[in-house]
Design a protein around this ligand. Sequence first.
Ligand SMILES: [Zn+2]
Length: 465
Amino acid sequence: MNRILALTGALLLTATATAQVFDETTLEVAGELREQALGSELGYEITADLTTRIGNRLAGSENDARAVAWAVEMLEGLGFDRVWTEPVTFPYWVRETERVAIVAPVEQDLVATALGFSPATPAEGLEAEVVMFDDLAALDAAPDASVTGKIVFIRNRMERARDGSGYGPAVQARTGGSLVAARKGAAAIVIRSIGTSTNRFAHTGVMRFTAGSRYVPAAAISNPDADQLERLIALGEPVRMRVTIDASINQTYTSQNVIAQLDGATNPDSIVALGAHLDSWDVGTGALDDAAGVGIVTAAAQLIAGREQRPDRSIQVILFAAEEIGLWGGRAWAEAHGDEVARYLVASESDFGAGPIYEMTAKVADDAMPVIEAIQAELAPLGIAMGERGGGAGPDFSPMMAKGLAAVRLRQDGTNYFDYHHTENDTLDKVDPEAMKQNIAAFAVFAWLAANSPVEFGSGPGLVD
Ligand SMILES: [Zn+2]
């Protein structure tokens, strides 16, 4: 009897706590937004328009400027109160051509892509014997004499996982490989693509780049080509390769973060920030990465902008510049707004393709947890569970998180994301319009409720790790 009473009491307490956070009208609007989003084509249309009209959008390219102009015009047409840009300055990289070929014991061309910020080789290419390593740590531990003058091949494989957790360990070879290979006197480095596809597409991506350090030319080869190279090496004869890359690293370019705001009714100085990045790699059309995110957060905010009733707090859509080549937009934003971190109630970015969202994580103050739980209750009909406490807000918000920004992540199913990530195959047909609607519904419900939160989420020094 006591146990039943206690259980009933606990259930009542939970129900009461949830009911107390938001009033009935606010919850009704959340439910309407959810339904509206599931019936709206706007997010997909935005994604289609960006990838069709502009195509790929490498930071510093002509299409970068075109994408900024496109974003300003698109946001101005959607009923936000204000749209503006903020400058982001960065060094940039231009790809011309790349060719990776095995020249001995047999001649074979491999499908390859130069890594972002790879220096050029001499015009005739660099030819040398290949030395293979399991991963970056193995290269780092190898005696210099075994590497000097050779072409390093790192073969680590990315594991497929719903949460994308295979990416972090594997990507070390891409980000750090060129620097370590250079330190050991290698001629060049070739890596197995950081991706899960068995298709013959190579996955590009940035390598860590600091002016003043020495780097060697770097490329990724497709996964089937990496398998082939491994088999050839296993035959025991020395394998020789030629790497030819034409690319340039350029001084500075100024792009823009593009920001749209919907003013809050009673507390407009407090802001819920929704992010995505406008730039992409120069391969494919950057549909999953991250035109889909642009469509998701813009459509979610637009649904709220289209209602008569305003949320208490303001909502911003921030389309970041130059994410792919080093989080330049996110870093510039944190620098410009770091002093006012407490004004940002919470932030969340969509930058993981267009797969369905399965859970919500939150890094917020204890006081805000009832609000987070109440938001999750409204996301539950979309199949979104409560994840563990903590986590980030997405890559572009990470520099501001270092200053204490509160974070929510609506985690997407990324099982197939890394089949297309940073490849020629990242095109609009990979975006599932139905899954996108679920994402937009989740962002709209989250943004609406967060912007009506009765309490702060704790942004400030207290949330710095
Ligand atoms: Zn991205």
